[in-house]
Structures are given as C-alpha cells and as structure tokens.
Ligand binder design. Structure first.
Ligand SMILES: CC(C)(COP(=O)(O)OP(=O)(O)OC[C@H]1O[C@@H](n2cnc3c(N)ncnc32)[C@H](O)[C@@H]1OP(=O)(O)O)[C@@H](O)C(=O)NCCC(=O)NCCS
Length: 288
C-alpha cells in the first residue's frame, strides 16, 4: 500500500473514531505493513479536501471499508465503495467484516448481496481513562527482563513475533524486512514496542502498542509469547509495560480486539485480566 493511501485511511479512522468504530490508525498500519508483498488496492473518496470514505481490497476477495457516517452523502459514498469492490472482485465468494452495530454499512452491503456468515468474530475491548490512570504496576517475572525495542532491532523483534505466532508447519509473514518497514510507518514508536528477554538473552514475548495522539487511544496489536515460555505471566507483564509507556506518552484510553468466539479464548482472558471491558463485536459478511 502506498504511504499516501495509508495516511488518508488513517486520517479518516482517527477523525471518525468512536468506541463503535472498526478501524484505528495503528490497526491500519499493522494490517498493511506486517508482511512484505501485498496485492492490496485502496480507493479513497474526498470531499472538500477531506477524506470521507475509503475502500480497501486487502485481498482481492476481502473488503475493508470506512465511511464518515456524519457526511451528508454517507450512504452514497458507502454504496460507491461497495460497488467499486464488487466490480473488481474475482469470481467466487467475497467477504468483509464490519461492526455489528454499523447499520449504514450493513444496509448498504445487504443491498449488494452480502449476508452475515457464521465465522470467528472479534470483540473490541476498552480500558477507559479511570482504569488506565490506575493501571496496575508491571509485575516482576523472575528470570526475565522487559524493555522497549530500539531502532535497528527489526531482526530480533520480528523473530520474537514469529516465535509466538508461527503455527506448527507454517510460517509467519512478519520478516525482518517487513518489520523494518513497519518501524518506519506512522504512528509506530519503538518506545511503545516492548519485549521480554529470557535468561539466555532470547526475546520471547512482545507487545506492540499504537498511540493515536489525536484521540488518545492506544491500541494493543499484537501480543505474543513463545510456546516454551507461556503461562508465566509474560504476556500480561509486557502488555502492562507497553501500556504504562503509552500512558506516559499521552494515551487516555486503551483498545484491544481479541476473538470473541469460543474457539480462541486465551487472548480474551489475558486482556480481561488487565482490566479491559468488552464492547462492540464484529460480524463477517459474505457475497456468494
Ligand atoms: C495469548 C498469549 C499471548 C498468552 O501468553 P502468556 O504469556 O502465556 O500469557 P500470561 O501467562 O501472561 O497469561 C495471561 C492470562 O491468560 C491466561 N492463560 C494463558 N494461557 C492460557 C491457556 N492456555 N488457557 C487458559 N488460560 C490461559 C493466564 O492464566 C492468565 O490469566 P489470569 O490473568 O486470569 O491470571 C500466547 O498464548 C500467544 O502468544 N498466543 C499466540 C498469539 C496470540 O494469540 N496473541 C494474542 C492475540 S493478539
């Protein structure tokens, strides 16, 4: 994705942010930059010099969309985004994910033939200003130390991510080259990117926080701990360390979006243990 497209998308996400919004500027940075080669396509709708909508064919068969619901022609913009995507989509099913409470998107997607699909969903979790202000201290995990990432550390940092996320038999696409580019992508800040280092010097757990200074919302995305080091409190500790750093940098609330369905419950347990409260959920729609 081109930088100017990403900036335009982030600007609208930030300007229209609410607790019921799907997109956060940091989520867009992560999703568009965690891997090297992508075949995504973006189209933006601009009115009076301001972005009022965008469509992102993140994959040829997967649409992400964002519309300024307060814009006078919001419904028309949403219809144009969906038509743009449908026109360029390949044969076969195409999908999108929106917030279950986004009536505008649901109506327009429904008109175009998208129907809800039984699929994993995500529940946005929030830590409000009062809870962020009294965030509990970072616990000590014996044998491990925590610190923020530094410039030029894309290689160990991406390896740390892969150690947590690579499923048996598969490979994570988070390479050194991709992470290096991610570190140069706004609003990335190395001081909000924390790792846990084991007794042998290996980086074993990590938490990346993205702070949108305009809204004060700090998004956790992603968190991981290598299988051999789990259940010791490392993910919780490294997440708390990153959130304390975000608060010091001006964050007034925090957001994280774990799976809400029963098939992948552990991250939800982790974040609720840190004080996050569940909010709106997503829904997947498919057009056959
Ligand atoms: C999710 C993950 C980060 C947890 O790491 P971890 O270091 O084992 O987590 P912690 O030891 O800090 O445990 C945090 C909480 O989750 C609970 N937990 C962790 N693993 C669990 C499991 N397998 N089953 C049930 N509860 C579990 C802990 O008991 C603890 O709960 P508590 O707050 O009530 O005490 C790790 O399993 C992982 O990397 N998974 C793959 C990547 C991923 O899914 N990341 C999260 C989405 S961004």
């Amino acid at each position: 994705m081109r930088d100017d497209d990403l900036h335009a998308m982030q600007a609208l996400a930030s300007r229209t942010w609410s607790r019921t919004a799907r997109h956060h500027p940091g989520q867009l940075a992560w999703s568009s930059r965690y891997a090297e080669a992508t075949s995504d396509v973006v189209r933006t709708w601009v009115e009076g010099g301001e972005v009022v909508g965008w469509g992102w064919a993140e994959e040829p068969d997967w649409l992400e969309l964002c519309v300024d619901g307060a814009h006078v022609y919001a419904t028309d913009v949403a219809r144009e985004i969906v038509a743009w995507f449908v026109d360029r989509a390949p044969e076969g099913p195409t999908r999108t994910m929106v917030m279950a409470s986004d009536h505008l998107a649901l109506t327009v997607l429904g008109e175009a033939g998208f129907v809800p699909e039984k699929a994993p969903w995500f529940t946005h979790h929030h830590l409000g200003p009062a809870d962020l202000a009294r965030l509990r201290p970072v616990p000590d995990v014996p044998g491990y130390r925590l610190r923020a990432v530094r410039e030029g550390e894309a290689a160990p940092r991406s390896a740390c991510h892969r150690a947590a996320w690579t499923p048996p038999g598969g490979t994570s696409r988070v390479s050194t080259v991709a992470y290096d580019a991610l570190m140069g992508t706004e609003p990335y800040r190395a001081d909000l990117d924390w790792v846990a280092i084991g007794p042998d010097g290996a980086w074993v757990a990590s938490c990346l926080v993205w702070l949108d200074v305009a809204t004060g919302v700090a998004l956790i995305e992603p968190v991981g701990c290598a299988p051999g080091h789990r259940r010791r409190g490392l993910a919780a500790a490294v997440s708390l360390a990153a959130m304390h750093a975000a608060r010091a940098a001006g964050a007034t609330e925090a957001l994280v979006c774990p799976r809400g369905d029963q098939d992948y419950p552990v991250p939800r347990v982790l974040y609720r243990g840190l004080g996050f409260e569940p909010g709106e959920r997503t829904v997947t729609l498919v057009r056959e």
